[in-house]
Design a binder for this molecule. Structure first.
Ligand SMILES: O=C(O)CCC(=O)C(=O)O
Ligand SMILES: [Fe+2]
Length: 131
C-alpha cells in the first residue's frame, strides 16, 4: 500500500451531561476508516468496545492516548488485526474527546500485504479509502 500521501482526520466530540443515560447513546456502534485512530478525552470515560458480541467499557488511563485499530489495518493484515467495533455511551458528566484518524490518501488502494499471502488466501479485495 502506497502511503506517500495520507489522510488525517481530526474530530472533536462533545457529549453533554445526560439526565437519562440508560435510554440514550452518545455515538452508535461503528468501525473507523483508516489505519489507526488516536483518542484523548477529558478524564470522563464513555468509550466501549465490542468483543465476542459483548460491549466492554474502556477504563482509560489518565494522560494516555487510546489507540484503536481501523478498517485499513484489517485489510492490509489480511484480517490478523481486526477493525474494532466501538461506541460511546453518555453519563451525567460532560465528556469531550479528541479523535485523530490516520490512513492512506483517499484514492490509494489497500490490499492484503503480499508476504501474508504466501500461506493464506486473500480475505479482502483491493479497495480504496472511499469504498
Ligand atoms: O468519543 C468517543 O468515545 C469515540 C469517538 C469515535 O469513535 C469517533 O469519533 O470515531
Ligand atoms: Fe470511532
Amino acid at each position: 500500500m502506497d502511503i506517500d500521501s495520507t489522510t488525517q482526520i481530526f474530530a472533536v466530540n462533545y457529549y453533554p451531561p445526560c439526565p437519562d443515560p440508560e435510554s440514550e447513546i452518545g455515538l452508535p456502534p461503528h468501525t473507523d476508516p483508516g489505519l489507526m485512530t488516536f483518542l484523548l478525552q477529558n478524564g470522563v470515560d464513555g468509550l466501549e468496545i465490542q468483543h465476542e458480541g459483548k460491549w466492554f467499557p474502556v477504563d482509560m488511563i489518565p494522560g494516555t492516548i487510546f489507540v484503536n485499530t481501523a478498517d485499513h489495518i484489517e485489510i492490509v493484515s489480511n484480517g490478523k488485526y481486526k477493525s474494532v467495533w466501538h461506541r460511546s455511551v453518555v453519563n451525567g458528566k460532560k465528556r469531550i474527546t479528541l479523535v485523530m484518524g490516520n490512513g492512506p490518501s483517499p484514492d490509494t488502494s489497500a490490499e492484503p500485504a503480499a508476504p501474508l499471502l504466501r500461506h493464506d488466501p486473500a480475505k479482502y479485495a483491493p479497495m480504496n479509502y472511499m469504498e
